[in-house]
Ligand binder design. Structure first.
Ligand SMILES: [Mg+2]
Length: 314
C-alpha cells in the first residue's frame, strides 16, 4: 500500500525543456515552494532527460512516495501516468499536475491553476479523487485519443511550434485552417462497441468521418471541448465523430463552436459511450494520444475504471 499523499514523500518529475525551456525555471520555483512548505526531506525532484524517461521514473519511485507531481505538458503527464499504471493497482501514488506546456488539457480537466505558486498551493491541499485511465493498444492515456482531422491539426500544431518557436491558440487555428482548406480528408471506420454502458447491448457503427475521438476527459487540442459531457470517473469512454459533407468554412465554424462545447447540436456530430471498443480504419489516419502521435489502422480501446488517484485543483 502506498502512503497517503498528505503523509508520504512527494516526487516532482519535471520536464526542463517544456514550453521552450521554461520548464527548468518552473521546476526550480515549484521545488523551492514545496521544500519551504513540507520540508526538504519530504520532496525529491527528478528531471527528465529523454523521451519516455518520465515513465521509467514514475514506475520506479519507492514505497515511501504518496504523490507524484508531473511538471510539464500533456505529453509528460501521459508518460508519468503510464509509469504509474505499470505498477500494481494498490501501489500507485497519487498523480498531480503542474501545467507547464503548450497543451495542458489534463491540467484543465483536474481544475489546476496555471501559475506555479497557485498550483503548488492547490496540490498541497491534497483534495483527491479517483480517475479512470484509457488504454489503446496497450498504451495508457488520461485525457484524449483521436483520429483524423483533429489529430492532423494537433500534430500540425506541434510541427508549427517547432518550426516557429511560437505557442498558443493561434498556432492551433493556423494548423486547423491548413487542414480544413487543403485536406479535409475523411476516413472510413468500423467501430465495434464490445462493452456498452450497463443495460445496453454491444453494437457496430460504420461511418465515414472527418474525425473520431475516444475521450476520458472532455477536451483535446488545447481546451477544445470535443466531448463536453465526458466524466473522468464514470468508467466509460466518450466517443465523438463528425460526418460529411461539410464545406471548409462550415467545418471551421463547427470547430470554433467546439471550443466552447457548442458543436453538439450539429447533424454532422455524433456521440456514443462505451467501456471497450475496437476501431478498424480502411487506411491509416493521423492519430494522437494525449497529444503524441501514434500509428496503425486497428485500435483496441478501453476504459480502465478507478485506476488512479488524482489531485484536483479548485
Ligand atoms: Mg468517462
Amino acid at each position: 500500500m502506498v502512503p497517503a499523499p498528505e503523509t508520504g514523500k512527494i516526487v516532482l518529475i519535471a520536464n526542463p525543456t517544456a514550453k521552450s525551456g521554461r520548464g527548468a525555471a518552473a521546476a526550480d520555483e515549484a521545488a523551492r515552494l514545496l521544500w519551504s512548505k513540507v520540508g526538504e526531506e519530504r520532496v525529491e525532484v527528478l528531471y527528465t532527460a529523454r523521451a519516455l524517461h518520465a515513465t521509467e521514473l514514475a514506475r520506479e519511485v519507492g514505497p515511501e512516495v504518496g504523490c507524484v507531481i508531473a511538471l510539464g505538458g500533456d505529453g509528460l503527464v501521459n508518460e508519468v501516468a503510464n509509469g504509474l499504471m505499470e505498477r500494481a493497482a494498490d501501489d500507485r501514488p497519487a498523480l498531480a499536475v503542474i501545467p507547464v506546456g503548450s497543451g495542458n488539457d489534463y491540467a484543465a480537466t483536474l481544475g489546476m491553476a496555471y501559475q506555479v505558486p497557485a498550483a503548488v498551493h492547490e496540490i498541497l491541499r491534497f483534495n483527491t479523487a479517483r480517475a479512470d485511465v484509457g488504454r489503446v493498444n496497450g498504451r495508457y492515456f488520461v485525457e484524449t485519443l483521436s483520429f483524423g482531422i483533429d489529430a492532423a491539426i494537433a500534430l500540425g500544431t506541434v510541427e508549427l511550434r517547432k518550426k516557429s518557436g511560437r505557442a498558443g491558440t493561434a498556432l492551433y487555428l493556423e494548423s486547423a485552417v491548413d487542414q480544413l482548406f487543403h485536406h479535409l480528408d475523411t476516413y472510413r471506420f468500423t467501430l465495434d462497441i464490445l462493452r456498452a454502458p450497463e443495460g445496453l447491448p454491444p453494437r457496430r457503427i460504420t461511418a465515414e468521418a472527418y474525425l473520431l475521438a475516444a475521450q476520458i476527459g472532455p477536451t483535446y487540442g488545447g481546451h477544445f471541448r470535443i466531448t463536453p459531457e465526458a466524466s473522468i470517473d464514470d468508467g466509460l469512454l466518450d466517443l465523438c465523430w463528425a460526418t460529411p459533407k461539410l464545406a471548409p468554412l462550415r467545418a471551421l465554424a463547427i470547430l470554433l463552436r467546439a471550443r466552447a462545447g457548442k458543436h453538439v447540436g450539429s447533424d454532422h456530430i455524433h456521440f456514443a459511450q462505451a467501456a471497450r471498443v475496437q476501431i478498424d480504419f480502411d487506411r491509416e489516419p493521423p492519430a494522437q494520444v494525449d497529444g503524441e502521435k501514434i500509428e496503425g489502422t486497428r485500435f483496441l480501446v478501453e476504459c480502465i475504471p478507478d485506476a488512479l488517484t488524482v489531485v484536483l485543483g479548485k
